[in-house]
Design a protein around this ligand. Structure first.
Ligand code: FE2
Ligand code: FE2
Length: 278
């Protein structure tokens, strides 16, 4: 048996700035045509949910309207960014409470035959929120009780570029301390897939025991002057075929109905990219 999961990411949906909502409607049609079993949004569900309840509510409503089973984890634009990296909108108790009021749990586990899928709140890891330890305990328990299942981790930000030993403290990858803390919770686990979003590019790399898969955004790409190319800068989603034998096949899917926006051309969304960081 195989369970087909569509990993969508970086949908950046909004009430007041609905630039990418049409793509989401077209994506929904494509997901129905593909007859996927489950949709997982790997974060930046909303354009500015970190500040605006209305963006979170609109994004949640659009997911409900998909009429498909779905799960989500928060991205920096939904719940605030990682602490300690100089972000002007870091995660705090208030932002986390607002997200959870509208979306429910910000970390979870979901079993399919042969697999345990674990979604985490990337921005919570390494923060001063007491829920950081709760999440870590949850992950440790979920891996300890997996009973031979393969583990897939869904996390908004990629763990690293090329190596877990990297020390760069930027916004693009999980901060080093958070990465170490998160990976330690998977010690001894049969981790086989780490699925992320955030960079708005598709990429697959070999992480040793596991495969790193970066889902592209369904909304927009970022220009080269703002962000290097790690892989194809495209819009689309990732189709994961989780097989009951504990293996997975992951592939880039590019529904032709999606418009590939370049954020450089939409300064109304996040401002002038030459002046600000996404
Ligand atoms: Fe994003
Ligand atoms: Fe992000």
């Amino acid at each position: 048996m195989t369970v087909h999961v569509a990993q969508i990411s970086d949908t950046h949906l909004s009430e007041a700035k609905p630039f990418f909502n049409t793509n989401f409607a077209r994506l929904g049609e494509a997901l129905h045509e593909a007859a996927v079993d489950l949709v997982i949004n790997s974060g930046d569900i909303s354009l500015n949910g970190a500040e605006l309840d209305a963006d979170l509510r609109r994004a949640h409503g659009l997911h409900e309207a998909l009429d498909l089973d779905w799960l989500a984890i928060p991205g920096n634009h939904d719940i605030g960014d990682s602490q300690g990296i100089g972000s002007s909108y870091a995660i705090d108790e208030n932002r986390r409470a607002r997200y959870r009021t509208i979306f429910g749990e910000d970390y979870w586990a979901h079993d399919v035959p042969g697999w345990r899928l674990i979604g985490v709140n990337a921005q919570l890891v390494g923060s001063d929120l007491s829920a950081d330890a709760d999440q870590s305990n949850f992950v440790r328990h979920a891996t300890a009780t997996a009973n031979g299942r393969s583990i897939a981790l869904f996390v908004h930000k990629p763990l690293y570029d090329a190596s877990p030993a990297e020390t760069d403290l930027g916004g693009r990858f999980l901060p080093p301390a958070a990465r170490g803390g998160l990976l330690s919770a998977f010690t001894g686990a049969k981790l086989r897939l780490v699925a992320c979003g955030h960079v708005h590019q598709f990429r697959q790399t070999n992480g040793g025991d596991w495969k790193n898969v970066w889902a592209p955004s369904t909304a927009f790409i970022l220009p080269d002057f703002f962000q290097p190319a790690y892989g194809p800068k495209v819009v689309g989603y990732v189709g994961h075929a989780f097989h009951a034998d504990g293996t997975v096949d992951s592939r880039l899917v590019q529904p032709p109905a999606l418009t590939q926006y370049n954020l450089e051309a939409i300064p109304e969304a996040y401002g002038d990219l030459r002046a600000h960081k996404h």
